[in-house]
Design a protein around this ligand. Structure first.
Ligand code: ADP
Length: 307
């Protein structure tokens, strides 16, 4: 096998009370990529469609993670990467992570799987660091493992796979505005009141328990963020309106996806997820801001080979 085509999924990180640790994988949104073995040694990005991104290997996250893996192996051939990008860069649903995991997943398949998924995440972290200026795995882990993942620690890298109920769907609205990561970081508090910290870790513990036991009521009761959301939501137009309306429409909860501007909600069942989509649409249709909305089952498989 000299060539492989893959689907690299979008992901939601910073899941409410799980800021910086909890993420999940989407089904209906993602990039396609082709990874090819070639005679010429090294890593080359040969094609990019969808959005303008750098072709230079060292400036593209797919190239940087590929190089991290390439430098760890000893082969007398190289790899070419094609990126068919559908996840808009900077939208807050893991555009850079999809590219970072795509190249290393594809190369690993062509090499006969010498690396496990945690090792692939280590390589992908190097690519992701190019986009976000820090080493983190909260979008990479769900993209590679699928479902919900909890990054227990980055050094050493420890990823936990959290099971989730079968009938769990996400609805995500992406307002077409730009929020600079630096701005999203700058609004975060340096210190947290103990009472808020207690509420947050109690919610995260019970959310993980609710996911394990398919307890939708507990998930609903736990999908809350008292630390980050009050600050970052101010950067997202109509955030409170969207949240109020999706809760009225039957969603289990809603919060900021990644560092925004996307807002995600979780629902029990496809029908409710679609009703939530209409509720989001109604709020944003009046805003004058362009947007798109995705409805997706939680993708429990993660990145996959297609064709
Ligand atoms: P997201 O959360 O959607 O991944 P980021 O802001 O973390 O958004 O990353 C997007 C940044 O990374 C942009 O500046 C983009 O130019 C850069 N970048 C480099 N290579 C890629 C790639 N292959 N896919 C997406 N973004 C890339």
């Amino acid at each position: 096998m000299n060539e492989i085509k893959i689907f690299s999924p979008a992901t939601v990180a910073n899941v409410a009370c799980g800021f910086d640790v909890l993420g999940f994988c989407l089904d209906s949104v993602g990039d396609d990529m082709v990874i090819r073995k070639v005679d010429k040694k090294g890593i080359r990005i040969s094609r990019i469609e969808g959005f303008e991104l750098p072709y230079e290997t060292e400036k593209n996250v797919a190239g940087v993670s590929a190089l991290a893996m390439y430098n760890a192996i000893d082969v007398d051939f190289g790899f070419e990467i094609e990126i068919y990008k559908r996840i808009k860069p900077g939208s807050g649903i893991g555009s850079s992570a999809a590219s970072a995991v795509g190249s290393v997943f594809g190369m690993n398949e062509l090499l006969g799987r010498p690396f496990n998924k945690t090792q692939l995440t280590e390589f992908a972290i190097k690519g992701e660091a190019l986009a976000s200026k820090c080493e983190h795995a909260d979008n990479l882990a769900p993209a590679l493992f699928g479902g919900f993942t909890l990054v227990k620690s980055v050094v050493p890298l420890k990823i936990l796979e959290i099971p989730c109920p079968n009938d769990l769907y996400a609805t995500i609205i992406h307002p077409q505005i730009e929020i600079k990561t630096s701005e999203a970081r700058a609004v975060l508090p340096k210190e947290v009141p103990l009472a808020d910290a207690i509420t947050q870790w109690s919610n995260l513990g019970s959310l993980v328990h609710g996911l394990h036991t398919s307890d939708y009521d507990l998930i609903k009761d736990s999908l809350k963020d008292v630390i980050i959301e009050p600050h970052r939501s101010k950067l997202i137009p109509f955030y409170n309106e969207v949240k109020n309306e999706v809760l009225k429409a039957g969603a289990l909860g809603a919060s900021i996806s990644g560092s925004g501007p996307s807002i995600f909600s979780l629902s029990k069942g496809l029908e409710t997820a679609k009703t939530v989509k209409e509720a989001m649409k109604t709020v944003y249709a009046k805003s004058g801001i362009d947007f798109d909305i995705h409805v997706s089952k939680i993708n429990t498989k993660g990145i996959k080979i297609i064709d």
